[in-house]
Ligand binder design. Structure first.
Ligand SMILES: Cc1cc2nc3c(=O)[nH]c(=O)nc-3n(C[C@H](O)[C@H](O)[C@H](O)COP(=O)(O)OP(=O)(O)OC[C@H]3O[C@@H](n4cnc5c(N)ncnc54)[C@H](O)[C@@H]3O)c2cc1C
Ligand code: SF4
Ligand code: SF4
Length: 1020
């Protein structure tokens, strides 16, 4: 690797053979555009890359991604492809892209319905059904019907990002499937676009009517002819082959397509589980279930996982609605995750008995009495077993009755796959044999053999799943960048396929087949496989819809996809190991899609939520960075670390939208990141976008010229320090109409806040509180030091919210402490955000040196702005060789330390209106206890504080001030903040400076205060 002049290469990726859109596809896309396609056509390299992976080990670059807005647009895309010139064009529909076996990956065109097909169209609460478009996310659908006490009951772990279309096409199911069934059990009607552009509606039809349709000459007629021939004609063979399991199959469901009891044919049953190989489904009418009013969860604890598995059939017999299990590996990972603090109380350790497995037993009922009967029986029996039969490995249980706690336990279970991704080392858990299903009573023996197989190869793994349905999720850890492990994957895969067959089960019990479709012929046997092929042939004779998945069309010589298809590891291993290590935050993304969370009030990920563009998500950004690293490797350029010296500015290129350079595509995705850091803590493998974004920007601006606004941001602290000396005059200069216009035109900045008048130092002086540097602090006597509390300044509070700083001083003084303002050395967060990493390193060294000296004096240090305080402990770590020997507390942490002793010194007036707290997103994700800590503080004076869940406010430091971000900033505020802030008779408290500034500029009537400001204003 050579970095001769340390300047990033230009990447004209389209010129590379492997990445160029094929000519026929280029012509097709052009023709589609000219025909007025209603939707987005994305042939960009970045747009294709984000559809090239899912949660599987595979990577397949599509030619383009279409985002249709209407059913007519889908019909148009298919009809155009019927023209002779475009006969070889292939398609794969896509929803949330959370498939675990490459289900939606294609070398053709991806039709992504998640962007625009997300409307709930009709709800009939009386008849308990809903009609929706298929790009609707499952949890969003349930949000829409919740007020009717109804829900769409098939569950899946990815419910906050998987779409109804994806669920239908993988026939998804999960927790509670014994009672709630699979997705296909709830389909009343589907609207599907066939490859010839025809749109059909499928629903159960009497055989006679089906035969009548079959007599026609449309494609629909041909489909009915084949369905009748196969599903009625081959009934005996079908009955014999389909396993009598709750998870009978995913794929063309020949068995349920014909109901002999009712003499009905239902084509929806063929479409369900068809993985986009038969049609593009655009609408669904789905049956809804009454929300059970009463729910109790009994968490049963075991000394080992095998004991948990062995005990599961007994739990099912206890008339449970569902029994879920997790092993010790998952439990241990959860203990180290942000989720644990929410569930720890429900999963307390049993003294002297390590907990190495749990079963979560759920009971639901319409009335309390019924549930209590079941729970009482179970707990009585468990008590007897724990006492009388210790060899069973049962060590205890806990009952969980409140809905919120039950929800968080399930949230932990749903996060299990992601948590496994956090396994240390190069080998990471991967999906390829992760949803085996066997008869539940055989599960323990099956798993024992499965574990022996994995142990033979010294493979680490975590296990969890639905023991009631015999489905266990097992993800062995492999290093997919190691060719030897790729070989091992094939070997294990074959052995697991054989093992499931031995136990009368199937390899695809839940997630569909995808690249595992090669096992289908041996599973179905020749005769039945041919029938499946005939179904495919009638829908898609030329193998153009998600080709190679499930089966090939009858009569064609097309090939099935294979477990050996090109994997992500093939691309990743082209990046040198030290570079991968340097960009671990991006390399570790396993594509589980948790960062696509749709919920407006969740912190993850604001830029994706506001734009609906998956490039603007943590996964999107990690994907683009990985490819960027690979392209660097191909060009022998080493982007590890950051450039120590760069060209002088005038020698750099001016970025031009005319010139294609993949660097620009990566940069565009990075620009829309708010650097809120929700990903760094919420992503189960801690994909920390701001960390690699900063490095990328440093390299990018080594090649290209920076905009002038970046220099403004870089110098915001030193500038602020000078201006704050004469705040009134500085405000006059910076906030007159001419300078506002110039700032907007020149720097692209709007709504900059005014400096505080009087300034922080003036206020401090007025109270005669000391302002000291580290050496002056060292001169204080031990006695004097004991009474001090040092405020570590941040630019936001010191320059723009000096009254907050003063509020802290007042409260600290009243509590008997001497507040000391530590000399301001800067913080540098803005430098990091903009990728001025040399300057940031310098700031870090200066600040660390200062804070280490103060820490040695054992004086408590407090910071008022969460994002800058967190930066001192997080980003700082990677940019200095000095140890970080200090701890700067957030103000609420310090208050909680001192209030138990001193709270009586402060009397508080009761609020006239109720108080609500809206937390800063960086703080709520990195320090999930913060909001509760404020609640505890207010509790010292019996003042209730309502905690409101919110997403990002849309400001995030300087992001919301940049002119090009105005739309996103406003959208985010409207999504999650506006309604809460505008509530009448409620006082809003907000912990973030950015959030308070955002409220100020977005609301004409309301203001938000820092909780400390409220306390200072209201102490009697
Ligand atoms: C962490 C994790 C946990 C999971 N847990 C579960 C679980 O508990 N239960 C479960 O069943 N699955 C689970 N899965 C698998 C996955 O989430 C499901 O298969 C889900 O149904 C896929 O939905 P999606 O919207 O992401 O579909 P995608 O992945 O986008 O697509 C899945 C398949 O459906 C096809 N498709 C999508 N939309 C359409 C459409 N409108 N018309 C035609 N074809 C379409 C695609 O071509 C593809 O073949 C899990 C996956 C992950 C990553
Ligand atoms: S960034 Fe994190 S949450 Fe998003 S897909 Fe990757 S691993 Fe999952
Ligand atoms: S920092 Fe925030 S906006 Fe940026 S990728 Fe992470 S979650 Fe999304």
């Amino acid at each position: 690797m050579s970095n001769s002049d340390h300047v990033l290469p230009v990447f004209t990726a389209f010129e590379r053979r492997e990445t160029r859109v094929e000519t026929i596809y280029q012509n097709y896309l052009l023709a589609l555009e000219r025909a007025g396609f209603d939707g987005d056509i994305d042939g960009s390299y970045s747009g294709r890359l984000i559809a090239a992976t899912d949660n599987s080990v595979y990577q397949q670059l599509p030619q383009a991604v279409l985002y249709p807005r209407t059913t007519e647009a889908v019909q148009q895309a298919f009809s155009l492809a019927q023209q002779d010139t475009f006969r070889s064009i292939q398609f794969s529909p896509r929803g949330g892209g959370t498939g675990t076996n490459g289900q939606s990956l294609t070398a053709g065109i991806v039709i992504d319905l998640s962007r625009y097909f997300n409307q709930v169209l009709e709800i009939d609460a009386e008849a308990s059904w809903v009609r929706c478009q298929t790009g609707v996310v499952k949890d969003a659908l349930n949000d829409a019907v919740r007020s009717y006490d109804l829900f769409f009951s098939p569950d899946l772990s990815t419910s906050n990002r998987a779409t109804i279309g994806g669920m239908i096409n993988t026939d998804a199911s999960g927790q509670g499937s014994l009672v709630y069934g699979k997705t296909s059990d709830h389909i009343l009607e589907l609207k599907a676009v066939l490859l010839n552009g025809e749109c059909i509606t499928t629903a159960p039809k009497p055989l006679a009517e089906a035969e009548q349709i079959a007599a026609g000459d449309s494609l629909e007629a041909a489909i009915y002819r084949q369905a009748i021939a196969t599903c009625v004609g081959q009934r005996a063979a079908i009955d014999e082959k389909f396993p009598p399991l709750n998870r009978f199959l995913t794929g063309y469901d020949l068995k349920h397509c014909y109901d002999p009891a009712r003499e009905q044919i239902d084509i929806s049953r063929l479409l369900a589980g068809s993985e986009g190989t038969l049609a593009c489904i655009v609408e669904a009418r789905l049956n809804l279930t009454a929300i059970p009013r009463h729910k109790v969860l009994v968490n049963v604890k075991y000394s080992d996982f095998h004991a948990a598995l062995r005990n599961a059939p007994f739990l099912v017999k206890a008339r449970a609605t569902s029994v879920e299990t997790i092993d010790s590996n998952v439990l241990d990972l959860a203990r180290n995750d942000i989720i644990w603090h929410q569930v720890a109380e429900q999963l307390q350790d049993v003294p002297d008995k390590p907990m190495r497995g749990i079963n979560m037993v759920e009971f639901t009922a319409v009335d309390d009495a019924e549930i209590n009967d079941k729970v009482n029986w179970l707990t009585k029996t468990l008590d007897e077993l724990i006492q009388g039969e210790p060899e069973l490995g049962l060590i205890g249980y806990q009952i969980c009755r409140d809905a919120r706690s039950i929800q968080t336990i399930y949230a932990m279970r749903k996060k299990a796959v992601g948590l496994l991704g956090a396994t240390k080392g190069r080998r990471k858990p991967v999906a390829f044999a992760e949803d085996t299903a066997v008869p539940p009573e055989q599960l323990a023996d099956f798993i024992a053999e499965f574990r022996t197989l994995l142990d033979e190869h010294q493979l680490h793994y975590g296990m969890f799943g639905h023991v009631d349905a015999g489905v266990l999720h097992v993800r062995p850890a492999l290093d997919m960048t190691d060719p030897a492990d790729e070989v091992l994957l094939r070997k294990i895969s074959d052995r697991v396929a054989a093992l499931t067959a031995k136990y009368g089960g199937l390899m695809w019990g839940e997630h569909g087949k995808g690249y595992r479709s090669e096992y289908a012929p041996s599973f179905f046997g020749e005769a039945l496989y041919q029938e499946i092929q005939k179904i495919k042939a009638v829908f898609d004779p030329d193998n153009r819809l998600n080709p190679g998945k499930i089966c090939t069309p009858w009569g064609s010589d097309a090939q099935l996809v294979s477990v050996d298809a090109t994997k992500r590891g093939y691309f990743d291993r082209q990046i040198p190991i030290h570079v991968r290590d340097d960009y671990q935050a991006a390399m570790n993304c396993n594509g589980n899609g948790l960062c696509f969370n749709y919920a407006a009030d969740s912190a993850m990920c604001p830029s994706f939520k506001a734009t609906g563009d998956r490039r603007n998500s943590p996964k999107g950004r990690a994907t683009l960075i990985r490819e960027w690293l690979r392209l660097n490797a191909v060009q022998h350029f080493d982007p590890s670390g950051f450039p120590l010296k760069t060209r002088t500015e005038f020698l750099k290129q001016v970025p031009s939208s005319e010139q294609f350079d993949f660097n620009h595509e990566v940069k565009a995705a990075m620009d829309s990141c708010l650097a809120c850091k929700a990903c760094a803590s919420q992503c189960p493998v801690k994909v920390d976008v701001p960390s690699f974004r900063a490095k990328f920007l440093a390299w990018y601006y080594g090649l290209y010229r920076r905009p002038s606004k970046d220099y403004l941001v870089k110098n915001v602290e030193s500038l602020g320090r000078v201006m704050a000396k004469w705040p009134r005059m500085s405000n006059l200069i910076s906030h007159n109409p001419l300078s506002a216009w110039l700032t907007r035109q020149w720097f692209g900045y709007v709504d900059a806040p005014k400096l505080s008048v009087p300034s922080a130092t003036m206020r401090w002086k007025a109270h005669q509180w000391p302002q000291l540097d580290e050496s002056q602090l060292a001169q204080l006597s031990a006695d004097e030091r004991q009474k001090c509390v040092v405020v570590v300044q941040d630019p936001f509070t010191s320059f723009y919210e000096a009254d907050l700083l003063e509020a802290f001083g007042k409260i600290a003084a009243q509590l008997g402490y001497k507040p000391v303002l530590l000399a301001f050395k800067g913080n540098g967060k803005a430098q990091h955000v903009k990728g001025f990493l040399t300057e940031f390193s310098r700031t870090v060294d200066t600040v660390v040196n200062q804070l280490n000296q103060v820490a040695a004096l054992t004086i408590p240090m407090v910071g008022l702005d969460a994002s800058t305080v967190l930066c001192l402990h997080d980003e700082y770590r990677d940019y200095t060789k000095q140890p970080l020997n200090y701890r700067v507390q957030l103000v609420q942490q310090w208050l909680l330390d001192v209030l138990p002793e001193h709270a009586s010194a402060l009397a508080m007036r009761s609020p006239q209106h109720s108080l609500q707290l809206l937390s800063h997103c960086t703080e709520q994700t990195a320090m999930p206890k913060a909001a509760k800590e404020w609640q505890q503080i207010f509790n010292f004076w019996q003042i209730p504080l309502q905690l409101e869940a919110t997403g990002c406010c849309g400001m995030a430091g300087t992001f919301g001030h940049e002119i090009e971000n105005q739309q996103v900033s406003r959208t985010l505020y409207d999504m999650s903040w506006r309604t809460k802030v505008e509530k009448s008779e409620v006082i809003t408290l907000a912990t973030g400076f950015s959030c308070r500034s955002q409220v100020k500029r977005m609301s004409t009537k309301k203001r938000a205060l820092h909780p400390l400001q409220w306390l200072a204003e209201n102490c009697a």
